[in-house]
Design a binder for this molecule. Structure first.
Ligand SMILES: NC(=O)c1ccc[n+]([C@@H]2O[C@H](COP(=O)([O-])OP(=O)(O)OC[C@H]3O[C@@H](n4cnc5c(N)ncnc54)[C@H](OP(=O)(O)O)[C@@H]3O)[C@@H](O)[C@H]2O)c1
Length: 252
């Protein structure tokens, strides 16, 4: 039996309309999982669905800043495709703003999507009625910015740092239920989010960011492969970790 297979598992993925979340959906389906896709943009969700292997997948269009709607997303997902074995929280927002441009409303917008939406999903989908607790696994896409600093990244870093540490406490809280919880901290990966970031920079600044990664910048598949590992039974003794995937960015 292939320990890395996701065959027979049902995985719910937020941020599945783009970038890392989309590739996670494609790779999970290629590894045998049934996936439920969550994001706001219906057309882009459909585009992801069209790239999936197999046919039982479905999408839920939902703005995750509406935190009160999350239990219904979990409910409808389970009703449609059965209990959940895996969760990837890839929905997220990024920005570069010095503290003079930040305020409580802006901090909250980062935290709502990057942290609170993921924690609310965890609250509901770890319930017995929604979760298959023989080796269920939750994976949160954090960032190297969750453990390292950079000017202009206070709000983003704060949200990703919160996520990395919340994962550790969740791992301990859910271990008795056989639910594993881990985060992945990527360095720069080429996605629409990064394209937006690069579009705001001059050529030298862009090259400087690329040069900070000894193996070059990453691909969405580099992150999706790690998600598959953490969701699979091959990782059944791994919980409470933060897996850094950054082409050597943070090794210095
Ligand atoms: N790309 C990188 O270099 C990099 C590095 C480290 C960490 N990360 C993290 O990886 C995750 C994915 O990033 P990415 O680069 O793939 O970004 P992306 O291509 O911009 O995708 C972001 C996803 O989040 C969803 N999303 C954003 N706001 C939402 C909301 N209010 N409600 C529901 N869904 C929402 C978007 O869907 P809709 O617009 O359809 O709602 C989209 O599917 C993020 O958490 C990011 O912080 C990325």
């Amino acid at each position: 039996m292939n320990q890395f297979s996701l065959s027979g598992k049902h995985v719910l993925i937020t941020g599945a309309s783009s970038g890392i979340g989309r590739q996670c959906a494609v790779s999970c389906s290629e590894s045998g999982a049934t996936v439920t896709l969550v994001a706001r943009n219906t057309d882009r969700l459909k585009e992801t669905e069209s790239q999936l292997n197999g046919c039982r997948h479905f999408s839920v269009a939902q703005d995750l800043s509406e935190l009160d709607a999350i239990e219904d997303v979990v409910k409808s997902t389970v009703k449609k495709n059965g209990k959940i074995d895996g969760f990837i929280h890839a929905a997220g927002i990024e920005g570069t703003e010095p503290i003079t441009l930040l305020n409580a409303i802006k901090y909250k917008s980062y935290f709502d999507i990057n942290v609170l939406a993921g924690l609310e999903f965890s609250r509901f989908l770890t319930k017995k009625k929604y979760c298959n607790t023989s080796y269920a696994s939750l994976v949160f896409i954090a960032s190297v910015m969750g453990t390292l600093g950079q000017p202009g990244k206070i709000a983003y870093s704060a949200s990703k740092g919160a996520l990395v540490n919340a994962v550790k406490s969740m791992a301990l809280e859910f271990a008795g239920k056989n639910i594993r919880v881990n985060s992945i901290s990527p360095g720069i990966v080429l996605t629409p989010m990064t394209e937006n970031l690069f579009a705001s920079l001059d050529a030298d600044s862009k090259q400087a960011i690329i040069n900070m990664h000894p193996l070059g910048i990453g691909t969405v598949t580099d992150v999706a492969n790690a998600c598959i590992f953490l969701l699979s039974d091959a990782a059944k003794w791994i919980t409470g970790t933060n897996l850094i995937i950054d082409g050597g960015y943070s090794a210095k």
